[in-house]
Each structure stands twice: as C-alpha cells, then as structure tokens.
Design a protein around this ligand. Structure first.
Ligand SMILES: *[C@@H]1O[C@H](CO)[C@@H](O)[C@H](O)[C@H]1NC(C)=O
Length: 436
C-alpha cells in the first residue's frame, strides 16, 4: 500500500515541470479546427497582449489562398455570442470579418516565406477577453508554436501585472488568511498547553491540520505573487502542491476521526470506519492529481474537461464518505441511550454529533456549490470574492470544530463515570427549563 502511495506521489511531482502559468505556450500540429481558443485574461486597461508565433506551416501553400481569413483575434464572451449570431444569419462567413472582435493579426500580413511573427497590441477596453485563432479555410491544416502573454500595467509603478483583473488581489487575500490561521494555531497551542491534562491525541492532530492549512495558504500567496510579477510559476509550486495534498488528507481524516469519536470515546477504530479512511485517503490523492492537471492545462487544455469530471466525482464521493461515520455514531449513541442508563450523557453527545453532522454538510455544500455558483455569476473583476467566501466558510468550519471539541475537563463529550452523568443530567434539565 505504502509503495503505491509513493509511486502516485512521485508521478504527481513529475507532472509539475509542465507548469506554464499566465504566459502560455502551445504547440498546434496539423490542426484543421476552425476555432482554437488559447488563453483568457481580464483586462483592466492599460493592458497588453504579446503574441509570438513560430514554426508556422500550412498544409497547402498555393499562392491563391485567401490568407485574411486566418488569424488571431480577441473577443469577450458577450461579443462572441453576437458573432455567432451574425454567422448564423449569414452576415459574415468568418469570425475575423466581424466588427465586434478585435483583430490581433491576420495571415495576409505575413511577409512572403515567413514562418514566424511577433506582435504586441495594447488593450484599451476593460473586460474578460479570450485569445482565439480562427481558420476559415475548410480542410486547411495548420502547424505552429504559439506563445501568448497578457498583462495589465500598473499606472503608478509602471509594472506589469500578469494576474487577471479579478485575481490581482489574491496574493494579499491568501496572505491575510495565512495570518488568520497562524494566529489560530498559536491560540490552539496555548489552549493545548493550558489544558494539557485533558488534551487527547486528536487535539494534536487538529494542530497539525491548522498548521498545514496555514502553510498551504502561505505557499499559495507566494505562488500567486510570483505569477503576478513574472507571468510564470516557479519550482516552488511543488511545495504548494505537497501542502495542499497533506492538508486535504488530514482535513478529511480529521472529520472522519471526530465523526467516529476516535480518541475521545474510544481509542480504536472499527473495521468499517477504517474502510472509510481507506477510501477517502486514496481518493484525495486522485483529487490532488486532478487539481494539478487542471491547473497546468490552462483554460483550454484538451484533457481539462475529463480531469474536472474526475475531480468532481472524487470530491462528491469523499464528501459523502465522511458523513457515514457521523451517522453511525449518532445511531450508536441513540441505542446506547436506551440501554446503558447514561441517557443524559449520551443525549448530550448525540446533540453534539447532530450539530457536527449539520455543520459538515453546510461546510461541504457552501465550499462546493455556493462558491462555484458565486464564481459563475460574479463579474470578472470580482472573481476574488468567491475565493474569499470559500476561505471564510472554511475558517468558520475550523473555528467551530476547534471550539466544540476543545480539550476541557467538563466537556460532556468526554464524561464516563456516574458522578458526571448526574452533572450532565442536571445540565440538561437546566437547558430544558431555559428552552421552556
Ligand atoms: C514576443 O513578441 C513581443 C512583441 O513583439 C516581443 O517584445 C517579445 O520579445 C517576443 N518574445 C519572444 C520570446 O520572442
């Protein structure tokens, strides 16, 4: 088992050198697609597109070819819909003829015999633009190497900013969240020290989860700020992927462990609970590989769609799997409440588990569904808000988990003897009275 993990992890690291980030290079070989999208960018003018094309060759080089219907253009999503409409109505036969797109370069401008060209165009309109290649000659196959770089220019400092308009604040956002988690970790260490007599192994595990999350955010901030400055990712991404891998595994493991009551209620795991971990951990490995593949392939990579499906599927399975142990615990507690006479204690534990179950579901729902919905409806300029929403929900989930399961001498969750059963019964009675 360990060997398999190691191999998977190794192949994960091998995937990394492909990294290209915001400056994108693609090789097109004997391609006859009529439309090839390359890269997407949110411009906040003044912005620039640099395009370098080399090793250009066409499958048919007869001089009668109408080269003005081959070329690159920039278009927003809205204009593209209109262009499609124009083509359907027969107003134009090629996207390059529409006045709604911004021409970057058409091949009739190529000097005779040239196999490469470089252009830089400045973009003066704000918006989310896609760089597209159009080939309106049926059956003509094209081969070329395309390198594209898009950036905005900061007017005060005159520096290039390779992050899209909606992502340019992300380095700062990630750093702020890093600070939040670092303070939480410091607080937790203090709690562990003060309550060291009632701290369980799982409390130290929680500390590890917090620290990994903080390191993951720090790497993400560093990574994004490097891309912002240079347009390329650096070798450090390896660290980022390692931490996000460890963070994913430890967080899911923690939810399962808390759900089973491990280390609080019982020092061992049952077989079926172990099976959940055996499913969740390898799936997390797959999820991380998929995430890397998606990040590296760019917005129009060919296998991107497949990887996204894989990621979605794996994520759904993991999220469902972690709920089982909580449901089993709730069932066990309900039975125990009926049979072992410690009804009050069990009832309190039951309430806690039910709460936890609901919070886990909300957390999963919010970070998967709501954040995704937000990112699709917000304007390209405010894309960072969905990141903030997701991170805030995650932070709230960590705080809730830590608070509810903190080490404490009189936490009803841990009581076992008869004295404390009485105390719990009293507490419950009080609670009932308050509710009435
Ligand atoms: C790409 O084209 C731009 C604009 O002409 C030029 O400034 C830049 O040096 C070129 N880059 C490469 C790698 O050729």
């Amino acid at each position: 088992m360990a060997k398999v993990f190691f191999l998977i992890f190794l192949s994960l690291l091998l995937l990394l050198p492909l990294s290209t980030a915001e400056i994108r290079s693609s090789e097109i070989r004997s391609d006859s697609r009529s439309i090839i999208p390359f890269a997407e960018f949110g411009f906040a003018p003044p912005g620039v597109l640099e395009l370098n094309v080399s090793h250009l060759s066409l499958s048919n080089s007869s001089p009668e070819l109408e080269l003005s219907v081959l070329g690159f253009f920039l278009s927003t999503g809205d204009s593209w819909l209109h262009v499609l409409g124009q083509m359907q109505d027969g107003e134009i036969t090629c996207a390059l003829q529409s006045s709604l797109v911004k021409l970057v370069y058409t091949f009739n401008n190529l000097p005779a015999g040239a196999h490469s060209f470089n252009v830089a165009v400045s973009e003066t309109d704000p918006g989310q633009f896609t760089l597209v290649f159009a080939n309106c000659l049926p059956q003509l196959q094209i081969s070329m190497d395309v390198r594209s770089a898009m950036y905005n220019v900061d007017q005060k400092t005159n520096r290039r900013d390779y992050l899209s308009a909606g992502s340019t604040v992300l380095p700062r956002v990630y750093f702020l969240f890093f600070l939040a988690y670092a303070s939480l970790a410091a607080l937790w260490i203090q709690v562990l020290y003060k309550k060291r007599l009632t701290a369980f192994r799982i409390h130290f595990f929680m500390l590890a989860v917090l620290v990994l999350k903080a390191l993951n955010l720090l790497c993400e901030a560093e990574d994004k700020s490097f891309i912002k400055r240079t347009g390329t990712a650096h070798g450090w991404d390896v660290l980022f992927y390692i931490f996000s891998f460890l963070k994913g595994i430890t967080l899911f493991t923690l939810i399962v462990l808390i759900g089973t009551g491990w280390s609080f209620i019982k020092p061992f795991l049952q077989d079926k609970e172990k099976k959940v971990l055996m499913i969740v951990i390898p799936l997390q490995v797959v999820a991380n590989i998929a995430q890397v593949a998606i990040d590296e392939s760019g917005p129009y990579g060919l296998d991107r769609y497949t990887w996204k499906q894989v990621l979605l599927l794996v994520d759904v399975v993991c999220c469902c799997a972690v709920l089982f142990p909580i449901v089993w615990s709730i069932k066990n507690l309900r039975e125990a409440a009926r049979t072992d006479g410690k009804a009050a204690v069990n009832l309190m534990k039951l309430t806690l588990f039910r709460q936890y179950y609901i919070v886990v579901i909300c957390y999963i729902y919010f970070t998967r569904v709501v954040v995704y919905a937000l990112s699709t409806i917000t304007s390209y300029r405010y894309l960072w808000t969905s990141v903030v929403a997701g991170e805030l929900a995650t932070l709230a989930f960590y705080v809730f988990t830590g608070y509810k399961f903190r080490p404490e001498a009189h936490n009803p969750y841990f009581v076992i003897d008869d004295d404390e059963e009485e105390a719990a019964a009293e507490a419950l009675k009080l609670e009932d009275e308050f509710e009435l």
